[in-house]
Design a protein around this ligand. Sequence first.
Ligand code: NAD
Length: 513
Amino acid sequence: ATDFGIETALKQLGVKDINEGTSTGSNNFSNGDIIESYSPVDGKLIGKVKSTTKEDYEKVMTAATAAFLSWRTMPAPQRGEIVRQFGNKLRELKEPLGKLVSYEMGKSLQEGYGEVQEMIDICDFAVGLSRQLNGQTIPSERPSHVMREQWHSIGVVGIISAFNFPVAVWAWNTALAWICGDVCVWKASEKAPLCSIACQNIIAGILKENNLPEGISCIINGDYKVGEMMTKDTRIPLVSATGSTRMGRIVGVTVAERFGKSLLELGGNNAIIITPTADLKVVVPGAVFGAVGTCGQRCTSTRRLIIHESVYDKVRDAIVGAYGQIKIGNPLDETKHVGPLIDKDSVNTYLAAIEKAKAEGGNVLVEGGVLEGEGFESGCYVKPAIIEAENHYKIVQHETFAPILYLMKYSGEVENAIAVQNGVAQGLSSAIMTNEMKEAEKFLSFSGSDCGIANVNIGTSGAEIGGAFGGEKETGGGRESGSDAWKVYMRRQTNTVNYSDELPLAQGIKFDL
Ligand code: NAD
């Protein structure tokens, strides 16, 4: 871990091997089993953290619930000031944090920096929003009455995050939750625990400088069993969970059973429709980056290309040609496009998916496979594959979190392609490549894409923070980040005030005593 400045980055972020001294932050509460974090980049041990026991969890919740009582009394713009300072600190630490993301998770350094940039962007957004948590006034049907709607902080927000965006997803949630007056308890993925320690250290420093309790931001470490402590905890009114549909199905039910709210950001099965008028200059980079970026481990990764038969051969050849240019290797080396998968389990899932696609009749256009030899010692580097397939194949219906791209044909009108695009259980991101205005508008209309994200002449991945992010169907229905996603972090209260001397009842009901 000495090359690419990783050691320096770990020092700057205060992330140390537990044997050299536990990291700072609420993580001090954790006393359970050791979790080791190995880099998929070179297979080396980066560091260790302790997992959170039931007793540790109680300490965290005591700190969080106490902090909430004071934090919610602080005017929202002052909470925004804390988020502003946090964003500035992230600007200072963008390089080391981006490197840690790249090294612990395996995405390219550019994407690691991009993730930190997303954190900075959402902080800026949240600072402005801290002066705009506006309710509304509503005309009352009764004389000398006024109705209004207020937004109040909700309490302790539980955050469960996936390995593939080990820092940004936390920030999307926390930046908004904090300005809303909530406090957060975060369980990061057990596959990227050091990223969460780094983030906690950064915010802990800001809170300390401002004499604020660290309970405003807490982390707990461990696998799903630690996550379950939160999903079952009635002291947590909102659980925001990002990860697989399998996880969301369990978390959603558990939280609903106790009448908590959940914000679910789950798997996708994203497609690009490529029409006869599509511009290849846009299609090729959009589709290739979408399919192989982050080694196919984005929830918005492009999994399917639905190509009009009249341009099928041309598009297929251009994409297959572009795959020949892809450089796979150490993601910290900026000349490489594609890094490793997260771990060997993921490699096995990828290999099995290719076999299943073949067994169902798929025609492999670009062979997959695991890379071996110098630079690939971790065993997690794989070749992005392209397979001609049909939408109804079981494996195509399923999200495989790896760089496998399925190509399929459509004929006739765009409605046929839209039906294929919508013909999966997931509903996260979608795109159409067209220069035909009517096709684009059909795709965006109520009878078009059924996804939470629908793009025109842009690929499926790489959303900006300004819009609400999330998807329908098995993607879980949650929205976070921009637009009015902040409302889920607050509770809505409707007020009716009577400033007359009478008590008229609503709906004209008479109740004379
Ligand atoms: P995962 O479901 O295995 O784990 C996600 C998180 O959930 C981890 O922190 C895990 O410990 C926790 N978890 C799992 N089961 C749990 C349970 N029963 N109770 C409480 N917590 C539990 O997912 P992963 O492999 O880390 O991430 C990949 C998945 O995440 C993909 O499906 C991807 O599409 C999805 N994802 C979605 C979005 C989105 O915004 N829609 C963003 C990123 C990733």
